[in-house]
Design a protein around this ligand. Structure first.
Ligand SMILES: [Ca+2]
Length: 271
């Protein structure tokens, strides 16, 4: 089971344990940190997220990394960003196609899901173990990017290329400078300014925009760095995020940003 795999990975990363996992065997009346975590994990596996949150919250601060990371995955799961869908979409490493596949699973998106995923992302900031922090940051930033795309389906719950990029958009007219509105209007527009997801005054409220998507790319890059990732994720979604992140997402440059998304295979192309 993918979730169990992920949680075992989290556990190994956060506690440095490679064996003796039987101490987390579910029990009826939890009263210690190990038992609270075990109970919470069992609730999560049963899709009882309220129960999972309740027992994670009981664990003491000595388990803060474990608690925060697993709560982050609970929040991602309850926002529709399940690890099963994540692994299914990104099994090859990822890129525009994978992000689109993940986004289509999450559609329809909305500001409530967006802010819940931001909450999951923010949990990474208090995690002290760099690898675990990177894992939560990477997974939640990727989920945020997919969620923002899932708000751009044009109402059919499918992220098409035209939904994201618009039409009549090519490299010459879209990326030749400040040429706002060269391409036809898409369902996602440029933002007023760059966004930093680590800035806790940033709430990602209101209409989704390209600055939010760019901020998610930055989170993916930082998370992969913290993980020390050098494999498929790094060359897949990592290279993708780096190319997107190099383009301005503000209103006057929105066309070029959207063109770049299309060039990197975001959205399902027309037949
Ligand atoms: Ca669509």
């Amino acid at each position: 089971m993918v979730q169990t795999f992920f949680l075992t990975l989290l556990l190994a990363l956060s506690l440095g344990l490679s064996s003796c996992l039987n101490v987390f065997a579910p029990i009826d009346s939890p009263s210690t940190d190990y038992q609270y975590i075990s109970k919470a994990r069992a609730c999560f596996d049963e899709k009882d997220l309220t129960c999972a949150r309740e027992y994670y919250a009981k664990a003491s601060n000595s388990f803060a990394d474990t608690r925060e990371s697993e709560l982050a995955f609970v929040e991602l799961d309850s926002s529709g960003a399940t690890m099963g869908d994540f692994m299914s979409a990104f099994s090859g490493g990822g890129g525009g196609d994978a992000l689109t596949k993940f986004a289509n699973k999450m559609a329809p998106g909305n500001v409530t899901k967006r802010q819940a995923i931001l909450s999951a992302y923010r949990r990474s900031l208090s995690i002290t173990d760099p690898s675990l922090r990177g894992l939560v940051r990477f997974a939640s930033a990727t989920a945020l990017a997919a969620e923002i795309l899932s708000e751009s389906t044009g109402g059919d719950n499918i992220v098409n290329r035209a939904d994201v990029v618009g039409t009549g958009c090519d490299a010459t007219n879209a990326c030749a400078g400040d040429q706002s509105l060269i391409c036809s209007t898409s369902t996602i527009v440029g933002g007023a300014a760059d966004i930093n997801l680590d800035d806790t005054t940033q709430t990602l409220a209101g209409a989704h925009d390209l600055s939010m998507l760019k901020a998610a790319m930055s989170g993916i890059i930082v998370g992969l760095g913290e993980l020390g990732a050098s494999g498929k994720f790094s060359t897949g979604v990592g290279d993708f995020a780096t190319q997107i992140n190099a383009v301005s997402a503000t209103t006057e440059d929105g066309d070029c940003f959207r063109f770049t998304l299309g060039r990197l295979s975001v959205g399902i192309a027309a037949e």
